[in-house]
Every structure is written in C-alpha cells, then in structure tokens.
Design a protein around this ligand. Structure first.
Ligand code: ADP
Ligand code: MG
Length: 616
C-alpha cells in the first residue's frame, strides 16, 4: 500500500482521494462523504434505499450484513449478531451482568480477556465482526462513488476508553481502511451544524443522543476551534428499543396473549417489528392501527407518550448530572443538538426542550448527523477546507531536561492543539546566575533518547541562595504547531524565550518509530529513571550531611563525625555501583547514624530560641 504524506502539524494530506466519514452505530451504521459538486456532506445510499445499514450480521450459507441480515433476527436468532458495539474492547467481566441481553453465544471462559463470540464451529472477536460492517460500508461507498475508498474517519461515543477506541481502529484496519482519525460522536454532530469552523466563536453545546439501545448526553465546550468534552453521562441500556418494548407490552395486553406466546420466537419478533413501526408512525401521526394474528391492534400518541414518560425522565436525570459535572448552568448552554433516531419522537423533543428551557436543534437529520460530521472532519483532514481550524493533537510529548538528563514532560503527547502548560523550577547552587533550558520531544525517559528541539539560557538571575529563585517555564503550542518556550524568574522578572517548530523535518514514519521505541524500551527506561532519581537524592543527602557536620561541628562528637563520613563513602560507593536498592539502603543507614545528633542539634536550637539566645 502506498504511503501518502501527511503533515502532522496540520494533519493535511496532499492528494485528491475521497476520505469517507463513518458512524459505526450500535443499531445502525452509515457512511458519508462530501459531495464533489455541492461541497455539502451527504450520507451515501443506493438508489431507492435508506442511508442506514442496520448493524446486524447473519451467518448462514453466506455472510450477510445490514437489512438482509435483519430478517434473520426472527428466524435464526443464534446466528444473527446485533449490538456488537457493546462488546468492542470489552472483557466478559465487563458485560456479564448483561449477558442475557444477547441471544447469540458469548464465550465466558476467559473472563478478563476480550470477549469472543461463537457462531457454530467458529469464533469471532467483536473487532472482526465490526470489520464486517465496515467492509459493507466501504463497498457501498466504492459502489456509489465509483472509486476506491481506503481512508476514513470513524466516530465513537465520547466515553469510549482507549481499549474501545483501539478496537475500533483495528476493525477499520481489518476492513481494509486506514483510520485517519477516531472522533467523538458529539463532536461530529456539532461539526454537522457548522460549529467549530471559525476561530472566534466560543460556545457551550449539549448533545443529546438517543439511539436504538443507548442514551448519551455530552456537554462540550468549543473555543478556538477545539471541542472539549466537559462531561458525559447516559445509560448504555436505554433507547428506542425500550420505546418498542412498551408498545409491545401494550399490544400483548390488548391481545390478551399469555406466556406461551413467547415460545413462538418468530411471532414475538414480528410483534416487535410491528411495535417499532407503530412507534415511527406516532412520530408524525396521532394514532396507529394494524392487525396482528387476525386481531386489531392500536395505540394513540397520547397513550404512547404516557408510557414513555418515565423513560424520557431517566434521560433528563442524566442531563442534570452531566450539567452538574460540567459546572455549567442551563442558561450557559448555547445550543442543544438532537442526535439519534429516537429523538424523532415528539415527546422526547418536548421534554428535552422544556428541561433546557430553549428550542432544541433537530434540523439536521438525526439518523445521519454523526456520519455527516465525520465526513466534514474527513474533508478537513484531506486539506480541502482552507478556512477551517484543525482539531489536532501533538503526536509526541514536549518537555525539557531536568537533573540527571531526565525528560520532564510539559505538554504530553495527544494534547489538543493549541495547548499550553507551565511548571516552576529553581536553582541548584547558591548565587547561580543562569539556567540552561534544553527542549526535547519524545516519549523516552532520558532526554538523550529523545529529539532535541532547541536550547537557550536564562541569564542575569540576581544572586540568591539555591532554591530561592522561582523560574517559571511555559510551553505554548499554537494551532500551526509552533512551540514557544519562555523562562521567567518570577522574583526579578528576568525573561527569555525561543520559538521552535517541533514537526520540522519529522515525517509520519519517524513519529511512529519514536513511539515504537518508547514502548519497546519502557521497562528499562523506568528502571533507569528510578536509578537517576535515587542517585540525585543520595548526592543531595551527602552534600547536606557534609554541610551539617561543618556547621554544627562543636555539637557533634568525633565518633559521630567519623561514622557519618565513613557511611557517606558507602553511599558514594553505592551510587557508583548503579544499584538503586543499594543506594536507598546505604542512604537509610546514613540517616540512622545522623538522626541522634541531628535531633540534639535541633533541641539545642529550640531551647536557645526559647531563652532568647541565638545559636550559630
Ligand atoms: P444507534 O445510534 O444506536 O445506532 P440510531 O440513531 O440509528 O441508533 O437510532 C435507532 C433508533 O431510532 C431505533 O430504535 C429506531 O426505531 C428509532 N427511530 C428511527 N426512526 C424513528 C422515528 N421516525 N421515530 C421514532 N424513532 C425512530
Ligand atoms: Mg448513534
């Protein structure tokens, strides 16, 4: 596969290939792209079909995905896989409480390992299963766009952890897609409303996402083109399926069906589907009527609203929690974005709007919105939009050299750009007039293994005892990837700064290599850092002890002095042996020897102070 050059500082790709945006949903998945003529995002669909691909896979003589697979939910339940997103990056331990939710077989022998699904004689990971859905979307996109599609942006819920995000990436890879970026679903939804496309605006956005089986509320802060997730809340087992269920139960009682009805799986499934149809009808009509097994079934919008009110109230409770966690008030929310098919239900819109005390935004199709936002992000990455600020992160950590050649990270890897951070340092020696600042990039613990970006010296620090100057070092990384490092001695206001371009001369492969190296050397790096820290501390102790012996010479016996000095030599020897544990052991012994006379000296100092006299 050919490598395409990516400018990591800007994230842009110099080429014309279409990059698609994918919403890999629990219930439905979609693929979208920017229309070459209108430049507007569109969810891709075959003629006469819908843009949504049900996230369902059926294993029969052949493997089918989407609508074709949905039919088998009724007739071949054990071989029909749904809601696979719930299992992505999860161990059996994570999901065992909800095991009964799944009608297919989940392997439960290795509880802490990632889950596997058994279909007849074969075993599948959720990554493999998700890749089948992605593959279907890729095929669909290629068929409609009439070109190869090999790159994409995929969305995930804001609360997805690293393992779930990695699993999503891997699923893409397995489907033959290079996943240029994983972005948060609420961020994608905001992008679809055109937010985040200018630099000036600052907005607080609530994204209310009620899908088929899950509910998420996310509070985002948008400033300088960067979306910050302030808080998330929700219920991973609450959604449109539960709306179907209340209608289903309503029909069951109307029809006076007894428990034996549940033995007929096909009948159960078709009543479920009829319930969903009723629900969708009630989004635009006041009444639904049909027949089931030759009997009449009906439900009014009023009846439905009453039945689902407690369910919607649960989502409102989650909104209250998310709002509290974000420390914002309802008044500070500038926009409430509605996402997910279930927000088409009018009662949902009304209760959410009542709660936030404002109109909610549901103009963008709630089924498609997340995929549309993903397509916009893909277009930004393709470098097709010049006036859009990029939502980017630093690929490598930025920091400076501290004692013993250790890397002190100031801006960690994956921090959002723009970004800034500062830390305070001080001098080591009395009267020290300058501090050398060496700036590095990389993940290794020793600066020697990282990439040096630049250096400068903060000069003219006024003469002060060691430890008294306050030197504040500030790293500022702007949206263009330019790093400004400044050093200020706060007491005297002495200041110095440099500008660096961290990505200069660094390509994708190099970044990858540096990350690989850091993983490979993680263990020895940690050990080495521990040694250097122990060494620095021990050297400091020797220094302090010698000073103490000299300063309080008349209060310390000859024996004590000798014992101390000989133990100081042992500490020195331990340092030379490079054995961290030995250093700590010998250091402890030195402390044991000096403790009695140090206490004596302190007592003396205290009584002298009490009697108003001064001691040396
Ligand atoms: P997910 O994000 O979980 O993949 P979606 O956002 O696609 O899910 O939402 C699917 C849910 O939306 C289903 O429960 C479906 O029944 C419901 N839904 C779709 N259209 C409507 C409608 N017109 N009225 C009410 N609910 C709908
Ligand atoms: Mg969704």
């Amino acid at each position: 596969m050919a490598k395409i050059p990516i400018n990591i500082a800007t994230g842009s790709i110099q080429q014309d290939e279409i990059i698609v945006g994918i919403d890999l949903g629990t219930t439905n998945s979609l693929v979208a792209a920017i229309h070459p003529d209108t430049k507007k995002p569109i969810a891709l669909k075959e003629i006469d079909q819908q843009s949504m691909v049900p996230s369902i896979i059926h294993f029969g003589e052949t493997i089918s995905v989407g609508n074709d697979a949905k039919e088998y939910l009724e007739t071949d339940a054990t071989n029909t896989i749904y809601s696979i997103k719930r299992l992505l990056g999860r161990s059996f331990d994570d999901i065992k409480a909800r095991k009964d939710f799944f009608s297919y077989k989940i392997i439960d022998n290795e509880e802490s390992e990632l889950v596997k699904i058994q279909v007849e004689e074969k075993f599948y990971s959720p990554i493999e299963l998700s890749s089948l859905i992605l593959k279907e979307l890729k095929n669909r996109a290629e068929h409609i766009l009439k070109t190869d599609v090999s790159k994409c942006v995929i969305t995930v819920p804001a609360y997805f952890n690293d393992s779930q995000r990695q699993a999503t990436r891997d699923a893409g890879k397995l489907a033959g897609l290079e996943v240029l970026r994983i972005i948060n679903e609420p961020t994608a939804a905001s992008l679809a409303y055109g937010m985040g496309t200018t630099t000036q605006e600052e907005q607080n956005i609530a994204v209310y996402d009620l899908g088929g089986g899950t509910f998420d509320i996310s509070i985002l802060k948008l400033s300088d083109g960067v979306f910050d997730v302030l808080s998330t809340n929700g219920d991973t087992y609450l959604g449109g399926d539960d709306f179907d269920k209340v209608i289903f139960d309503h029909f069951i009682s109307l029809l006076k069906l007894d428990a034996t009805f549940y033995n007929n799986k096909e009948a159960v499934q078709s009543l479920r589907l009829l319930s969903e149809e009723a629900k969708k009808t009630l989004s635009t009509k006041d009444k639904f009527e049909s027949t089931f097994q030759d009997s009449n079934v009906h439900i009014t919008k009023e009846e439905f609203d009453t039945l689902i009110t407690p369910l919607i109230e649960r989502t409102i409770a989650a909104c209250t929690k998310a709002l509290a966690d974000s420390t914002l008030t309802k008044k500070e929310i500038d926009k409430v974005v509605m996402v997910g098919g279930s927000t088409r239900t009018p009662a949902v819109q009304k209760m959410v709007s009542d709660y936030f005390e404002q109109e909610v935004s549901c103009e963008v199709n709630p089924d498609e919105i997340v995929s549309l936002g993903a397509a916009i992000q893909a277009d930004i990455l393709a470098g097709n939009t010049s006036d859009i600020l990029l939502l980017d992160v630093t690929p490598l950590s930025l920091g400076l050299e501290t004692m013993g050649g250790l890397m002190d990270v100031i801006i960690p890897r994956n921090s959002k750009v723009p970004s800034q951070a500062s830390r305070e340092y001080t001098t080591q020696k009395d009267g020290q007039s300058g501090i050398e600042i060496n700036v590095y990039q990389g993940e290794r613990d020793l600066v020697g293994d990282n990439r040096k970006l630049g250096a400068f010296t903060l000069k003219n620090i006024p003469s002060m005892p060691a430890g008294l100057p306050k030197v504040q070092i500030k790293f500022q990384l702007n949206a263009d990837g330019i790093l400004t490092v400044s050093a200020t001695e706060v007491r005297s206001n002495t200041k110095q700064e440099i500008e660096i371009k961290p990505q200069y001369g660094l390509d994708d492969d190099k970044v990858e290599q540096m990350l690989m190296d850091s993983m490979q050397h993680a263990k020895e790096d940690i050990a080495h850092r521990a040694f250097i820290e122990a060494k620095t501390e021990a050297e400091h102790l020797i220094d302090q002890s010698e000073k103490f012996l000299e300063k309080h010479a008349e209060l310390i016996t000859k024996d004590e002095k000798e014992a101390s000095r000989s133990q100081m030599q042992q500490v020195q020897k331990a340092i030379e042996s490079k054995d961290k544990d030995k250093i700590q052991l010998e250091q402890e012994k030195l402390n044991d020897i000096s403790r009695p006379y140090a206490e004596r000296v302190m007592d003396k100092a205290v009584s002298a102070a009490l009697s108003g006299k001064d001691i040396k």
